[in-house]
Design a protein around this ligand. Structure first.
Ligand code: ADP
Ligand code: MG
Length: 363
């Protein structure tokens, strides 16, 4: 039941540059694959090409091994859910869900049974008579899901399905979708710009930027081993420190990061540091600290705590580095309390992990 796209390109009429360019992806059977990228990166275009709602200039799409590039949308066996609910306002919930089946002129009894089964699946039992306007946003999206599933699609396509919902409902629906998938194991291709959503919900992530695929892999792979500076910055909300290779090390702002041999002297270096990959500790005494910073541990710098913001169990610390750059650090509240740190304190900053790219090549 896998969905595979190969060499997909599309330039819309009068557009200066292609919306997507040579996009390859593989959404394996029975799993959730997510196209993740900022707005305008071409995610919807790819999804619409898979659905057959848009024709690619080049490339092909196959579903369950069948090349569907020339197959019309209604014969591709895909169910689709959009960000905006797109329910028929003049039809009640049951008729909305039944729509695809009624179009296919399936027997009335069979339709009724299937609708009831779906209402139960999306936990809306007994609400078949309601109008869409009488439902909450989360409920409407579940109706949209039921409607997409009614035709027993081979593949489920979701375009920012939680986009129009508030934060709490988004998370509820995310959990719901995961459980639904555990039950149905339907091959799913989803689009989102929200990295948390992509990392938590999917088995495979395809990161897109400016119409191209930057990296594809398992969520932890993308997170732990970003292949390009774009992925490092986009996934994980990293601090970005810029500098150059000097004496074989990356001199980035207030830090000096070890590099393997062979880095070109003077090349531009960019370090990406995640907020929770930074350790801070009180300065024991200025003299010792300064010596240890310059001599023994160049990946350590002295900084000042500019702001401490408590968000639930976590604390967001904004540091001012000697190079005048700011850096965001996140740590559990208990850790900050144990160190009894507060705004204005001077601290030693230790980069536990930095991902360095030297002129676009990952080290
Ligand atoms: P995303 O879903 O990642 O936000 P889209 O696939 O919607 O990105 O858009 C990719 C690019 O293609 C954007 O620059 C967008 O403006 C352009 N685009 C999308 N649809 C059309 C269209 N129907 N006509 C012209 N340009 C379009
Ligand atoms: Mg889109």
């Amino acid at each position: 039941m896998s969905v595979i796209g190969r060499g997909l390109s599309k330039r819309f009429a009068k557009a200066a540059r292609p919306a997507i360019h040579s996009v390859d992806f593989n959404a394996p059977s029975g799993s959730i694959t997510t196209l993740l990228g900022p707005s305008g990166s071409g995610k919807t275009t790819v999804l619409r090409i898979v659905a057959g709602l848009e024709i690619a200039d080049a490339g092909n799409v196959s579903i369950v091994g069948e090349d569907v590039t020339a197959v019309p949308p209604e014969r591709r066996g895909v169910g689709m859910v959009f960000q905006s609910y797109a329910l028929f306002k003049h039809m009640n919930v049951a008729d909305n869900i039944a729509f695809g089946l009624s179009v296919r002129k399936e027997p009335k009894d069979a339709i009724k049974a299937r609708v009831n089964e779906l209402l139960e699946l999306v936990q809306l039992d007994g609400l078949g008579d309601r109008w869409p306007s009488q439902l909450s946003g989360g409920q409407r999206q579940r109706v949209a899901l039921a409607r997409a599933l009614a035709i027993r699609p081979r593949v489920l396509l979701l375009d920012e399905p939680f986009g129009a919902l508030d934060a709490r409902v988004r998370i509820e629906l995310r959990d719901f979708l995961r459980r639904l998938h555990d039950e149905t194991h339907l091959t799913t291709l989803m689009v989102t710009h929200d990295q948390d959503e992509a990392l938590e919900l999917s088995h495979h992530v395809v990161v897109m930027n400016e119409g191209r695929v930057e990296q594809a892999g398992a969520p932890h792979d993308i997170y732990d081993h970003p292949a390009t500076p774009f992925v490092a910055a986009f996934v994980g909300g990293a601090n970005v420190l810029r500098g150059h290779v000097t004496d074989g090390r990356a001199e980035v702002g207030s830090f000096s990061v070890d590099l393997p041999t062979g880095a070109t002297e003077g090349a531009a270096a960019t370090a990406f540091v995640r907020p929770h990959d930074v350790k801070i500790a009180p300065v024991p005494d200025e003299g010792t600290a300064a010596r240890s910073v310059t001599n023994d541990a160049p990946e350590v710098a002295l900084a000042k705590i500019e702001r401490l913001v408590r968000v639930g169990g976590m604390v967001k610390v904004t540091l001012k580095l000697p190079s005048d750059e700011s850096m965001t650090v996140e740590m559990p509240k208990s850790e900050i309390d144990a160190l009894s740190l507060s705004e204005g304190d001077r601290v030693m900053v230790d980069l536990r992990q930095a991902k360095v790219f030297v002129e676009d090549y990952a080290i």
